[in-house]
Design a protein around this ligand. Structure first.
Ligand code: SF4
Length: 365
């Protein structure tokens, strides 16, 4: 059966771009019906999608791989089987369970969103893009993804995979991020409003499994005949990207203080900002002009510190970081300075340490 998007594409002037053959959505969906990925959060054919699972997975998957998210998704579902259970949990517990996934503001927003849905929406996610977009931690992409996948709304869902497929399909010369509106418009034009959720997931799967960044498997692609980049043999040239200024390296110091009774001195980062609310090893501020010779001014307590060889390197989204680590031994009766606390070595694993702090601990212990 023809759909609205097919009609719209066939009606385009042939000169504007290479014509996609009749039924591009149908071809993609037929491929998806045969090759869809089985994912823990994805409804099986014939099942209704669970908005809570869709939302949870989409938040977790932002800038993280499917493989990395799997165990976290299972853990969250076990701890909090529905949005109301998650909303009722202390935020600290959610942060702890999230530790290791990165981008910790997402965990805080996840909890805030759960509370909003539980309190303001009686535990049910709204189904339209605008209402979803108004929830904490839900941006344009996530709102569209939930609306499409959980509620079959005809929303144009565009992530990095979809950007790659579309820019190749049309050999789009425009660079990202400026090309985003044109890509979204193209997806809206292509999608099948009768199977919007499946279409969105099919696009994601195509980008993840066939139209891969390197050596796309074009012979297996349902759009191979229509693809302008394939015709020109320039698949890997897309998407074009505007050059990005690399963040400047920041440096800093971290102080690992170990008490004789096998306890570690830790603090909690302020709730807002980078790694907000996470547990940290005390240390200096991080800056491009950090002065290592004055690092001892940032020591949390006066002790005989020794500088450990090497540095701990970590790359955040906007900047790389190099931390010099100092270690000191403290007597068992040393009280924690104001704002800090001792935790037992056996508690380290369960603490909400971000990855960079786990690297510091591994470097020092
Ligand atoms: S034909 Fe190749 S480059 Fe074009 S959309 Fe399909 S996999 Fe991607």
């Amino acid at each position: 059966m023809p759909n609205r998007s097919d009609t719209a594409i066939l009606a385009r002037p042939a000169a504007t771009r290479q014509a996609v053959p009749a039924g591009p959505a149908a071809a993609l969906l037929a491929w998806y019906d045969r090759h869809r990925r089985r994912l823990p959060w994805r409804a099986l054919p014939g099942e209704s999608a669970d908005p809570y699972r869709v939302w949870l997975s989409e938040i977790m998957l932002q800038q993280t791989t499917v493989k990395a998210v799997g165990p976290y998704f299972e853990k969250f579902l076990k701890l909090w089987p529905d949005v109301e259970a998650l909303a009722a949990s202390p935020v600290e517990e959610v942060m702890k369970a999230w530790a290791g996934l990165g981008y910790y503001s997402r965990a805080r927003n996840l909890h805030a969103c759960a509370k909003t849905v539980a309190i303001q929406h009686a535990g049910r996610f709204p189904c339209d893009v605008a209402a979803l977009r108004a929830l904490p931690g839900i941006g344009d992409y996530t709102a569209a993804a939930i609306a499409a996948i959980a509620f079959d709304q005809p929303a144009a869902v565009v992530d990095g995979n979809v950007e790659r497929v579309i820019t190749r399909l049309d050999a789009m010369a425009a660079e990202l991020p400026g090309a985003k509106p044109a890509i979204r418009a193209r997806v809206a034009e292509l999608l099948d409003p009768g199977r919007a959720g499946d279409f969105a997931q099919a696009m994601m799967d195509l980008g993840a499994t066939i139209c891969t960044p390197k050596r796309p498997a074009c012979t297996l692609c349902p759009w191979t005949a229509a693809c302008a980049a394939r015709a020109a043999g320039t698949q890997e040239a897309y998407p074009r990207k505007a050059p990005k200024a690399a963040g400047r390296l920041r440096r800093g110091a971290a102080f690992v203080v170990v008490r004789a009774d096998r306890r570690l001195l830790v603090g909690t980062r302020p709730p807002k900002g980078l790694l907000g609310g996470m547990t940290e090893i005390p240390g200096s501020a991080w800056s491009a002009d950090f002065d290592l010779t004055a690092a001892d001014e940032a020591a949390p307590v006066a002790l005989a510190y020794r500088r450990l060889p090497g540095v701990v390197s970590h790359v955040f989204t906007h900047f790389p970081l190099a931390l010099t680590v100092f270690r000191a031994e403290a007597p068992a009766d040393l009280a924690a300075p104001a704002g800090l606390r001792w935790i037992g070595f056996e508690e380290i694993e369960g603490e909400a340490f971000p990855t960079v702090m786990r690297k510091v601990i591994a470097h020092a212990l």
